[in-house]
Write a protein that binds this ligand. Structure first.
Ligand code: 3PY
Ligand code: MG
Length: 256
C-alpha cells in the first residue's frame, strides 16, 4: 500500500491517525518526525514557514519513511491545494472555511470531475503512489482528502451545510481560533468549557453524517483524550515546541 492512500484507508477503517505538526520549512525536520511513531506529518503553510517549494521537497522524504503528508494551506489559497496533491499530499486542511460556498470552492480544487474541477498534473503523486494515469484518475478522489477547518462562529452556524458539501471529506477543528471567536477576542482557552462544548458539538455533527472529524491538540494528554473520544485525525504539538521541550529537559538534567 502506498503511503499516499494510507491516511484515507486508516481513517476509513476506524483507526485514528496521530499527526506531527511542522512549521519549520526544512524537509529534514519533517523527515525526522516521520521516522518517529506518528501516523502522518502535517506541513503548515498558514502559520508555519512552508511555501509550496519547501512542501514539495518535504512530501517525498516523509513518504520515504512510509508516512502520508497532510498540508494546511494559507487562508483561501485553494489553487495551492491542488498543487500539493499533485506533489503527493494525502489530505489538505483549509483554514477558516465559514460557509458552504467556501467549502465548495475548496473542495472543487481537491476532487477531479464529476465531484470537483481539479486539473490534471499529478506527476509527483503518481510516482509516489506507483500508479498510471488511468488508475490514479479512478482512485484519487477516494484518497485525496478535503478537510474544512471549523474555527469561527460563522463556521459553527453553517456546520451542517459545510458538512453536506459532497467534496468535503470531513472537518478539522481549530480549538485556538474557536476559543478566541467564542469569547469575542477576550481569551485564548482551547481547553476551556465553551470551546470544549463547541468541539463536542462539531464532532457529533460530523459523526452524524459519517464524515471525518479531525482536531488540533496542543499536548499529548489532550491528543490522547481526543483519540479516546473517537476523532479520526488528531494533530499534536509542533516541531519547534518539540525542539524547545527536548532542549529544556536536556539542559535542566545537565544542570541539576
Ligand atoms: C487553531 O486552533 O485555531 C488552529 O488553527 C490549530 O492549528
Ligand atoms: Mg486556527
Amino acid at each position: 500500500m502506498s503511503s499516499i492512500r494510507a491516511l484515507a484507508d486508516r481513517m476509513r477503517s476506524g483507526t485514528p491517525a496521530l499527526s506531527a505538526w511542522c512549521g519549520i520549512p526544512e524537509p529534514a525536520v519533517a523527515g525526522l518526525l516521520a521516522n518517529e511513531g506518528f501516523d502522518a506529518v502535517t506541513l503548515d503553510m498558514q502559520h508555519g514557514g512552508f511555501d509550496f517549494a519547501a512542501a514539495a521537497r518535504t512530501i517525498p522524504l516523509v513518504a520515504a519513511a512510509g508516512k502520508p503528508s497532510i498540508a494546511r494551506i494559507p487562508v483561501g489559497d485553494f489553487a495551492t491545494a491542488a498543487r500539493l496533491l499533485d506533489a503527493g499530499a494525502s489530505a489538505i486542511i483549509s483554514p477558516m472555511i465559514n460557509s458552504a460556498e467556501d467549502a465548495r470552492l475548496f473542495g472543487g480544487f481537491v476532487k477531479f470531475p464529476p465531484l470537483g474541477q481539479r486539473s490534471w498534473g499529478p506527476y509527483g503523486a503518481m510516482s509516489l503512489a506507483g500508479r498510471q494515469p488511468a488508475d490514479y484518475l479512478a482512485e484519487a478522489n477516494g484518497y485525496s482528502l478535503a478537510l474544512a477547518m471549523i474555527e469561527t462562529r460563522e463556521a459553527l452556524d453553517n456546520l451542517d451545510e459545510i458538512l453536506a458539501v459532497p467534496m468535503i471529506d470531513g472537518i478539522f477543528i481549530g480549538p485556538f481560533d474557536l476559543s478566541i471567536a467564542l469569547s469575542n477576542g477576550a481569551s485564548i482557552a482551547p481547553e476551556g468549557a465553551e470551546a470544549r462544548s463547541a468541539l463536542d458539538h462539531a464532532f457529533a455533527r460530523a459523526r452524524a453524517v459519517g464524515k471525518f472529524a479531525g482536531v488540533y491538540a496542543a499536548t499529548g494528554e489532550t491528543a490522547g483524550s481526543m483519540v479516546r473520544q473517537g476523532y479520526d485525525l488528531v494533530a499534536v504539538g509542533f516541531d519547534a515546541g518539540f525542539l524547545r521541550a527536548g532542549a529544556q529537559a536536556t539542559l535542566s538534567a545537565a544542570k541539576r
